[in-house]
Design a protein. Structure first.
Length: 405
């Protein structure tokens, strides 16, 4: 069996890294894979093409602009209206010839499709949904109602829906009225990274005025669902001597002032953050390389993850993977992850949206977790890994092939 992955927005964050890991695992299993559509994964993928000889690129573009610009660009390229873009890409995914002269065959997995209108054609496909956060934090999307309609249409037309966690599966069933047997959870896993031996982590931390074990880490991108407001209020209340490192850059960096919930939040946070930076209670970095990110992950005293909503919480699984303490909000995604890794005992759970409860935890001096236990990361990967996630996806696609035969 070969697999066609039609990627609509594999961004540089969690979604894009997921696409990359799924491709890597399918390659390891010897499954020929075709990647097409539009994806930020293109640049990093091309660097690894030699390591993935069974993966082919067809009609793949790297988005460089806004989602609206992406839709316009592809509509112009296909010489069709943007409302028909999904039909065009699905058709090309199943019919376009590649360099070897063969026709693309195999089940289609559509990744992160909700940024464009669903197809009107009857092409068969499965859909991979990462979360439904536009319903909870509409400031993340220009038109959350349209996004919701798009997603509803994709879900209705798909033969199977695959989600990134059990809690997202529950949301899809509840919100879209899907039959439970149509929705399958393939919970995601930690990303394992290796720092090159020539990278000096302590020197990087020193350049930020930090030392290992004397700062907390808030890793993540901008978005109302991430809990920037709760974190900021908690830092203001906290008496803690150790700074919080935030990796999303300053609130107004490169941003044209606008309206809406996210713009309002950024503006209100900007002055407060400058004050907290001056008081050395906050360290803000942006454009962090993977080596620099690893230095922060491994060197932090604890992760701080006060998200109001997540479909899947990558920062928490990072904390688990690197055996670091974590202060996390009591949302469904985080609780699901903690239940999946019972060997991890370093979490302190606080109510979502409670800056006071978070401040109390920031002021607590946690018990030093000590060195990572022997074979810790191997044990974590054996509990649930990208291999597990991809095998679940592969099983769903294989069953769809068998049904057609």
């Amino acid at each position: 069996m070969s697999v066609v992955i039609l990627d609509f927005f594999g961004a540089g964050g969690g979604v894009g890294r997921c696409t990359h890991e799924i491709l890597r695992q399918l390659e390891m299993e010897g499954t020929p894979t075709v990647l097409c559509g539009q994806s930020h994964v293109v640049d990093s993928f091309k660097d690894l093409q030699q390591a993935m000889p069974h993966v082919r690129l067809v009609n793949l573009e790297r988005p460089r602009f806004s989602l609206r610009a992406i839709r316009i660009k592809f509509a112009a390229k296909c010489k069709r209206g943007s409302s028909q873009l999904a039909d065009v890409l699905l058709h090309e995914a199943t019919n376009e010839n590649h360099a070897g002269g063969h026709i693309l065959q195999g089940p289609i997995l559509v990744n992160y499709p909700q940024i464009i209108a669903p197809p009107t054609s009857q092409e068969a496909f499965c859909v991979f949904l990462h979360d439904l956060n536009w319903r909870f934090y509409p400031g993340n999307f220009q038109d959350p109602d349209s996004t919701d309609r798009n997603c509803r249409g994709w879900v209705a037309n798909a033969s199977k829906v695959i989600t990134n966690s059990e809690c997202t599966r529950d949301e899809v069933i509840e919100h879209y009225g899907c039959a439970s047997e149509k929705v399958v959870a393939a919970p995601l896993a930690p990303f394992g990274e290796i720092i090159p031996q020539d990278f000096d982590s302590s020197k990087y931390l020193e350049s930020l005025g930090l030392s290992a074990g004397r700062f907390c880490l808030f890793p993540g991108v901008w978005g109302l669902h991430k809990g920037h407001d709760t974190l900021t209020e908690a830092i203001e209340i906290s008496r803690g001597a150790d700074p919080i490192v935030v990796t999303c850059g300053k609130p107004l960096n490169g941003i044209v002032r606008g309206t809406g919930p996210v713009a309002t939040m950024r503006s209100s946070l900007a002055a407060t953050w400058e004050k907290l930076i001056a008081e050395k209670k906050l360290v803000v970095v942006g454009g962090v390389s993977e080596c620099e990110m690893q230095a922060l992950r491994i060197g932090c005293r604890s992760y701080v993850v006060p998200s109001h909503y997540e479909g899947f919480g990558f920062p928490l699984v990072e904390a688990i993977y690197y055996h670091r303490p974590a202060i996390v909000s009591a949302i469904k995604a985080h609780l699901e992850i903690l239940n999946r890794y019972p060997q991890y005992k370093l979490a302190r759970v606080v109510p979502s949206n409670s800056s006071k409860a978070l401040a109390v935890e920031l002021d607590r001096v946690p018990t030093e977790p000590g060195p990572m236990p022997p074979d810790w990361q191997t044990n974590i990967e054996s509990t649930w890994s990208w291999k597990n996630a991809t095998q679940t996806i592969h099983s769903v696609l294989s069953s769809e092939v068998r049904l057609k035969q």
